[in-house]
Each structure stands twice: as structure tokens, then as C-alpha cells.
Design a protein around this ligand. Sequence first.
Ligand code: ACO
Length: 162
Amino acid sequence: LKFACYSNDGVDEHMVWLIGLKNIFARQLPNMPKEYIVRLVMDRNHKSVMVIRHNNVVGGITYRPYPSQKFGEIAFCAITADEQVKGYGTRLMNHLKQHARDVDGLTHFLTYADNNAVGYFIKQGFTKEIHLEKDRWQGFIKDYDGGILMECKIHPKLPYTD
Ligand code: ACO
């Protein structure tokens, strides 16, 4: 089992993983227009942390870091259908937090969570109360009425992965 973070950097192997992840999002997030998923996953401002097992993408999280604001916005998060509720989603989020803190220098995440995924995000430390000062995120993340805005503070020191 491997966790890796890639963006559209022109490396063929990375493109293969990103396309695999895009296909998982398209299936697991049926309310999201497929062109929108492709656009963000392939956008060079976005990064994707993925779970890879036996050379296959099992799931991942696509996010956009805003280093100047020290927060990141999670755009999509999914695990392929037959691998859900086995703990991969939790391990994935922990790898994302570690990477976002140590590589991007972020302190918080924001996301518009689907109603049915709120329970998952709460278990990952997200809250519906937004503590981040509005001037740090207003104008950076787009309003989206299909979900609930949630926030997670990344611990400055905690080791999230082993
Ligand atoms: N609602 C409530 N609790 C959940 C949900 C859910 N939808 N999914 C998982 N959990 C719980 C699990 O029961 C588990 O609880 P436990 O620690 O008490 O045992 C905990 O959350 C973590 O479970 P994992 O096995 O680590 O989660 P999983 O690997 O299944 O990944 C995920 C969770 C990503 C939500 C996955 O189920 C999935 O892909 N769902 C369909 C797509 C989806 O809804 N994605 C999120 C949309 S919102 C967005 O993308 C911004």
C-alpha cells in the first residue's frame, strides 16, 4: 500500500494515477459534473493525495493549497466502492494533513462536504463551526450550495503518519 501526492506535472506515470482517481470521483460523486471533476483534477493549482494498492488507485483527495492564506480547500474525496469502510479514508486524510502541513505549510482545511459525508469528516476532526478568520478565506473559495462548509485545524506538531 502506497500513499503519494501528485499534480499534473507532465510526468506520464502521474497522469495515469490522476486519470484513475478522476474515474473514482466520477463514479462516487454522481452529482458532480464530470467535466468539472476532470478540470480540477488536471488543474496545475490542485494536488491529489492517493492510495495506491497493487498498482491501482483505490481512492484519493484532490485539494487546492493556498500557501499565502495557509489553508487548503478539499475539492473531492472518495474511495472506490468495494474498498470503503476499511479504514483507507482515514489513513488518506492523515497523509493529506501531514503533506499539507510539512510541504505546503498549511494550518487549516476547508471543504464543502456532501450531507452523507459529514459523519466521515467529523471523524477526521472537521467541524461545522468555522474558526478561521473570514479574511483568510473569503474570495478564495467559491460558494457552493450543494454542501456544508466544514473546517479542520491541522495540528502543528502531531505525527499523522508512521
Ligand atoms: N458517513 C458517516 N460515517 C462514515 C461515512 C459516511 N458516509 N463513511 C465512513 N464513515 C465512518 C466509518 O464508519 C469510520 O468510522 P469508525 O472510525 O468509527 O469505524 C470512519 O468514518 C472512517 O471510515 P473509513 O473506512 O476510513 O472511510 P472510507 O475508507 O470508507 O472513506 C469516504 C470515507 C471517502 C467518505 C468513502 O466512504 C467514500 O468514498 N464515499 C463516497 C463518496 C463521498 O461521499 N465522498 C465525500 C464527498 S464530499 C467531498 O468530496 C468534499
